[in-house]
Design a protein around this ligand. Structure first.
Ligand code: PTJ
Length: 274
């Protein structure tokens, strides 16, 4: 298992067979696309830029590191069961009366345009919901999503509550997550997914850790990097756009959440790391 995950050490650059990533990246276009760790370096750059812009919390850096470790063990690919989960997620979103995509500081930094596109394709609302909530950060994330094409961003009113949660994630818009029947919950290992389930909502959780609390309780656990997962859910939604409800319901019913969690854990434990 050989790898270069530093992205910041130029000392061996002249001798290396592969291009080294520049130490200081001002713009993601400076990351060489043929670098073997391109996706990881791009992800790190976006998270760093998110912190600098006041979108991502400093804890978000740590969360990214945890996710990256799982992704490395998964082989940094969308495994077949994750692709099935992404198709089931698309079917759920297309069947929903009121789908909402929940956005935190990491999601906003990593996939702002992709989240807006998914919401457009399935007719979902986008709502900012934060663990480390400050009004400045909610505003900054809403602005960032608008810069990436969002017309309306929810989460600023925060006039609803998720019962049974004591932390800031309980604050939702009554006509957003409060009213949703299907909620996409990306990148959080916590108790909100269970609380949303108790409210009768269907959760689609995107998380690289199949053992995370959120993934464990999700109707659809998507064990994949959000960078790959969101565009792939959108692609499935486009593919299913003309499908009738019966077809969509069959996709939902045939999806096996236990098998998806098991497959991902097996891939992580038995991964072939070359
Ligand atoms: O912006 P805030 O204030 O709402 O805070 C956001 C973070 C992410 C800091 C907060 O929700 C948090 O601390 O989350 P956790 O408990 O660290 O959980 C994050 C989960 O996301 C972990 O299970 C990681 O494995 C997973 N994860 C991290 N990066 C990715 C990921 N899953 C998919 N794709 C990623 N790129």
């Amino acid at each position: 298992m050989s790898d270069d995950t530093s992205g910041g050490d130029d000392s061996d650059a002249e001798d290396a067979d592969v291009p080294d990533a520049p130490g200081e990246v001002d713009h993601e276009s400076e990351i060489p696309e043929d670098h073997p760790r391109y996706e990881s370096l791009l992800t790190r750059h976006r998270i760093e830029a998110g912190v600098e812009k006041g979108i991502t919390s400093t804890q978000g850096l740590i969360a990214e590191g945890r996710g990256e470790a799982f992704d490395y063990l998964l082989g940094e690919r969308t495994i077949d069961s994750a692709d099935r989960a992404e198709r089931a997620a698309a079917a759920h979103l297309l069947l929903a009366d009121h789908p909402v995509v929940s956005v935190n500081g990491n999601v906003a930094a990593l996939v702002p345009a992709e989240v807006v596109e998914l919401a457009d394709v399935v007719g979902a609302d986008v709502e900012v919901n934060l663990f480390n909530r400050t009004e400045e950060r909610v505003e900054a994330i809403a602005d960032h999503l608008r810069e990436h094409g969002a017309d309306e961003v929810k989460g600023l009113t925060a006039d609803g509550r998720i019962p049974g949660l004591s932390h800031e994630r309980a604050k939702v818009d009554a006509d957003g997550i409060g009213d949703a029947d299907v909620v996409v919950v990306p990148l959080e290992d916590g108790d909100r997914a269970a609380a949303l389930g108790e409210m009768g909502k269907t959760e689609i959780v995107i998380d690289l850790n199949p053992m995370s609390r959120s993934a464990q309780v999700a109707a659809v656990p998507v064990i994949d990097n959000i960078i790959r997962a969101v565009p792939n859910i959108t692609a499935h939604a486009r593919d299913l756009a003309d499908a009738d409800d019966e077809t969509l319901r069959r996709i939902v019913d045939e999806f096996d959440r236990e098998a998806a969690l098991r497959d991902a854990e097996r891939a992580i434990r038995d991964g072939d790391l070359e």
